[in-house]
Design a protein around this ligand. Structure first.
Ligand code: PMP
Length: 362
């Protein structure tokens, strides 16, 4: 166990401690090269081997089919909100399922390039709507499969009835569970929650969707161009890719509950979330409002029923070594993000603190 505090940030977020130690140890001299990874040409053989290993391990962990390209890009989740319609919409129709703040933002950005229709909208509710108004001639359907702010997660990749490609923003739960690639045309995610440092964006794109970009699409954001150049059309975020590669190795080696790799991480995430939701539901002092069918394993927003206690809660939590629990400003209250690198002990410490705080203030 660690002497560091437990960090519940929604992102950039906690990284596995062994990875941080390894990065520190290799900072001045990567594998006898005499260079930090930050100082290497992206076209040299050293970085080439780092990128190759990262892609291989990522493909293995997520069982990415051969007809998907894996792109290591810049731009972040909000960048992809423009890059996806520039590449896939052909200026035509895009259907968006709004399940929270991030998919709402995606719809607004796509309107600059496409005829956007909201196929369903969670509104101020807390349950993913099941009735979707989909257009058969849409270029794609956009969903955000884990809403980081609202704490709403799809526990199965939606299956579209009409064969239209599904685009999934997986930023805040990628690598926390398997992805059902049969249902996906494209998935994208920023790295800064479950994967590594900010600045790296992963894109998984089915190869039949390449080559559809609008003329105005910047070359550095054209998926076909990026894919044809093995993510080296422009300089990729090399250091972030290196750290991500170490995180992939860490996940591959992880054992938990008799499982290994992604299955182990998923089981640990299930157990962490069950522990926290169980404590919230058993208490009359705290509450989580999301429907049980779609509660996020990664981001758990919760409220103190007496919100006058919020500041005391945050100050005492920090003093107890529990960091960054403040809820998103649009929602208020608290939010505990339980990404892959958060150990079970961190959630046990949080739940213990919450019970203690309730006993003292309840
Ligand atoms: N989508 C989701 C689901 C997110 O959680 C975030 C970041 N919190 C974004 C998109 C935006 O990412 P970025 O700030 O990297 O553009």
């Amino acid at each position: 166990t660690s002497a560091r505090p437990f960090n519940f940030s929604a992102g950039p977020a906690v990284l596995p401690e062994p990875v941080l130690h390894r990065v520190a140890a290799e900072m001045l001299d990567w594998h006898g090269s005499g260079m930090s990874v930050m100082e290497m040409s992206h076209r040299g053989k050293e970085f080439g081997s780092i990128l190759e290993a990262a892609e291989r391990d990522l493909r293995e962990l997520l069982a990415v089919p051969a007809n998907f390209r894996v792109l290591f890009m810049q731009g972040g989740g909000l960048g992809e909100n423009a890059i996806v319609p520039l590449n896939l919409s052909r200026g035509g129709k895009v259907d968006v399922v709004v399940t929270g703040s991030w998919s709402r933002k995606s719809a607004a950005e796509a309107r600059r390039y496409a005829d956007v229709q909201i196929a369903a909208d969670i509104g101020s509710g807390h349950k993913i709507p099941t009735d979707w108004a989909l257009r058969d001639d849409a270029a794609y359907v956009h969903v955000c499969t884990n809403e980081t702010i609202d704490g709403v997660e799809f526990h199965a990749m939606p299956e579209l009835p009409n064969g239209v490609p599904l685009v999934a923003d997986v930023s805040s739960h990628v690598l926390s569970r398997p992805i059902d690639w049969r249902r996906v045309g494209l998935a994208f995610g920023g790295a800064q929650k479950n994967i590594g440092p900010a600045g790296l964006t992963l894109v998984f794109v089915r190869d039949d969707l390449l080559g559809r970009a609008l003329d105005i699409c910047p070359s550095a954001f054209n998926y076909e161009t990026v894919a044809a150049n093995q993510s080296m059309f422009n300089t990729p975020p090399t250091f972030a890719i290196y750290v991500a590669g170490l995180v992939f190795q860490w996940i591959k080696g992880l054992e938990y509950g008799g499982k290994q790799g992604l299955a182990a991480i998923e089981q640990r995430n299930i157990d962490k979330a069950a522990l926290l939701y169980g404590a919230l539901d058993a208490s009359g002092f705290y509450e989580n409002r999301v429907d049980a069918s779609c509660r996020s394993r990664m981001n758990v927003p919760f409220f103190l029923k007496d919100d006058k206690l919020n500041e005391a809660f945050l100050a005492e939590a920090k003093a107890a070594g529990l960091l960054q629990l403040k809820g998103h400003k649009s929602v208020g209250g608290m939010r505990a993000s339980l990404y892959n690198a958060m150990p079970l002990e961190g959630v046990q410490a949080l739940v213990g603190f919450m019970k203690d705080f309730e006993a003292r203030h309840g």
